[in-house]
Design a protein around this ligand. Structure first.
Ligand SMILES: CC(C)(COP(=O)(O)OP(=O)(O)OC[C@H]1O[C@@H](n2cnc3c(N)ncnc32)[C@H](O)[C@@H]1OP(=O)(O)O)[C@@H](O)C(=O)NCCC(=O)NCCS
Length: 170
């Protein structure tokens, strides 16, 4: 059975080829890319998975710092999460997701957003943002904007526009 080792690694480089293979090159047009443009990944929250033995890159996940414009509360943007087509359906996507979410929780983060398929992310506890309550610079399908509370109640009262942390300070 294929096994994987998850380790910290900065995004970019070899991970880009994997993302093109998983999502296609048009991935760069997605709204979530606008939230990551010019941003630095959240401290210690970028991971790769390698096939043990071969060392081949099999999956990636990273998290990016956000603010919600309403009250300036901090959150994370999860993504991209991807598993190379050669390694999909081995449970690796779920392992990477849980690994990243636990690392984020340990670092004291409270709230995570992502744009993705609710049927996949729902199994990990992600919920649809009630339409219009939290927005992101578009275009995107609002039904795909999902959140996960790392601390119960972290989404209570949240409202406004998601902004990259570096634009909030500016
Ligand atoms: C989505 C992705 C990260 C899952 O990685 P993975 O390692 O194959 O995932 P896991 O092995 O943990 O889980 C596989 C299960 O998720 C399901 N699944 C995969 N993508 C799904 C999706 N978009 N919607 C619903 N279910 C999905 C599979 O059918 C499988 O179900 P099963 O366990 O009942 O057989 C990976 O398929 C990927 O990178 N895909 C390309 C990008 C993409 O389509 N992303 C969609 C979410 S934004």
């Amino acid at each position: 059975m294929t096994d994987f080792l998850i380790e910290q690694a900065l995004p970019g480089g070899e991970a880009d080829a994997l993302l093109d293979a998983a999502f296609g090159p048009e991935r760069r047009l997605k709204a979530s890319y606008r939230l990551r443009e010019g941003a630095e990944v959240a401290d210690g929250l970028s991971f790769v998975a390698r096939e043990t033995g071969s060392g081949r890159l099999a999956g990636v996940v990273s998290f990016w710092p956000l603010r919600i414009s309403g009250d300036g509360r901090q959150a994370l943007l999860l993504g991209p999460l991807a598993v190379h087509p050669d390694f999909q359906r081995n449970g690796l996507g779920g392992r990477l997701l849980r690994h990243g979410v636990e690392a984020a929780r340990e670092k004291g983060h409270r709230l995570v957003f992502l744009v993705g398929d609710a049927p996949y992310y729902g199994r990990f506890g992600f919920l649809q943002v009630p339409e219009g309550r939290v927005l992101m610079p578009g275009p995107y399908d609002p039904r795909r904007l999902l959140y996960l509370e790392l601390v119960p109640g972290a989404f209570d009262g949240a409202g406004g526009l998601l902004l990259p942390e570096h634009r909030w300070r500016a």
